[in-house]
Write a protein that binds this ligand. Structure first.
Ligand SMILES: NC(=O)c1ccc[n+]([C@@H]2O[C@H](COP(=O)([O-])OP(=O)(O)OC[C@H]3O[C@@H](n4cnc5c(N)ncnc54)[C@H](O)[C@@H]3O)[C@@H](O)[C@H]2O)c1
Ligand SMILES: [Zn+2]
Ligand SMILES: [Zn+2]
Length: 389
């Protein structure tokens, strides 16, 4: 089959790889009808995720038709149309039973390695390095889904692929980011990053009762998409974000701040971001948490900082003094996607949200390598890429 394979920083190739096969009775094989490129894939593309190997198949936003089912899988049958969560979860362990699917303690075969770095291992993920299981991803013609009697959600034929595909990751992630803010109605939520995840966080914050959303980015089309959802926008290259949020909130700060950017921010020449760049370039640091620092400073006393932008290692100069003295709450996670699926599919079916709004580019799999570059460079209005194998 054809798949998008990683060959090093900035080097994606569409090439032939062996077809996946059932390896465990609970597995299923999916013929992929649509898959997407995520901002998280860009961290791999940019070479900042460790333990990748040449030829690894990427992709963790995938849907399709079940073409083969393992003998122990009683949930799926051939012909089912399913969306596959990016987090792989057994459904039975301590964490899965509590709904913390992205903390599954069985699905990462590299758990020992991950625990050395992070203290404990999270779940395995599709197409996301050998630290998280080395599972081939879904930017491919076929995908093997482990524990396929837990993760995949069946969707009926009345909805298009573009309407349901993002249940695999960015819709639950944006929704979780807003849910973390514990909104009661009437709040002001500031959201850094108007990429696909930020766009879903904006719409979810409004659905959950935020009175005002302040969305921050610098890419004009992304800011325009945020305004279309009802957000007020700030361009961090043109305006001082802290000063503007102070002005907009009568000097108090935002009730909740969402970091939907993560470890690879664009920055003005602020001193903290210059130090971050130097440290990462000289292997003295792992991440560039400029946005997180800003989100903490812009959050009101006893407000919430919700982090869904991905960080990998050890973050320097996080203003914990500000956080503890002012009573901030921190929430963060790789999304336990399975936990959100029934509710969010319901929102789509009811017409409360149509996730296809975010799609700007649709192409065959072979155009994947060029679209990785276009999405990374945010060229020509590209906001979300869907590939049709
Ligand atoms: N927690 C999870 O489970 C989960 C799931 C999916 C994605 N993510 C992460 O969410 C983040 C966003 O993903 P995406 O797909 O939207 O990616 P993206 O790269 O398309 O979007 C990031 C956006 O942030 C903007 N940005 C950069 N620097 C900024 C700054 N200083 N201030 C404000 N905005 C800035 C960029 O212009 C861009 O529009 C990534 O880090 C990704 O890894 C996390
Ligand atoms: Zn993702
Ligand atoms: Zn589990």
């Amino acid at each position: 089959m054809k798949a998008l394979c990683w060959h090093g920083k900035g080097d994606m190739r569409c090439e032939s790889v062996p077809d996946p096969r059932i390896e465990d009775p609970r597995d299923a094989i999916i013929k992929v009808t649509a898959c997407a490129i995520c901002g998280s894939d860009l961290h791999i593309y940019d070479g900042v995720i460790p333990s990748m190997e040449r030829g690894d198949v990427l992709g963790h936003e995938t849907m399709g038709e079940v073409v083969e089912v393992g003998s122990g899988n009683t949930k799926l049958k051939v012909g089912d149309r399913v969306v596959v969560p990016f987090t792989i979860a057994c459904g039975e362990c301590f964490f899965c039973r509590r709904g913390f699917f992205s903390g599954c303690e069985r699905s990462n075969p590299a758990a020992e390695k991950a625990a050395k770095l992070w203290g404990h291992s999270p779940a395995g993920l599709f197409g996301y390095s050998h630290l998280l299981g080395g599972y081939p991803g879904g930017q491919a013609e076929y995908l093997r889904v482990p524990y396929a009697d837990v993760g995949p959600i069946k969707v009926d034929g009345g909805l298009t692929d573009e309407q349901v595909l993002f249940l695999s990751d960015i819709f639950p992630t944006g929704y979780m980011a807003a849910e973390f803010c514990n909104l009661k109605g009437g709040e002001t939520v500031a959201i850094w990053g108007c990429g696909p995840v930020g766009q879903f966080a904006i719409r979810s914050a409004i659905l959950l009762g935020a009175d005002r959303v302040i969305a921050i980015d610098t890419v004009p089309e992304r800011l325009a998409m945020a305004r279309a959802a009802g957000a007020e926008t700030l361009d961090f290259m043109q305006e001082d974000v802290y000063d503007r949020i102070q002005e907009m909130t009568a000097g108090r700060g935002a009730d909740a701040c969402i970091d939907a950017v993560g470890t690879e921010p664009h920055t003005t020449a602020s001193s903290d971001s210059i130090v971050d760049r130097l440290k990462v370039a000289t292997f003295m640091g792992t991440d560039r948490p400029h946005v997180l620092r800003q989100a903490i400073h812009c959050c009101r006393n006893f407000g919430t900082v919700s982090i869904v932008g991905v960080y990998g290692g050890f973050l320097d100069k996080i203003p914990m003094g500000s956080a503890i003295n002012r009573g901030l709450t921190f929430r963060m996670a790789q999304t336990p996607v399975q936990h959100y699926l029934p509710k969010l599919l319901g929102l789509i079916e009811n017409g409360d949200i149509d996730p296809s709004f975010v799609v700007t580019d649709k192409a065959p799999l072979a155009e994947g390598p060029a679209l990785y570059k276009k999405f990374r460079d945010k060229r020509d209005g590209c906001i979300k890429v869907v590939l049709k194998p």
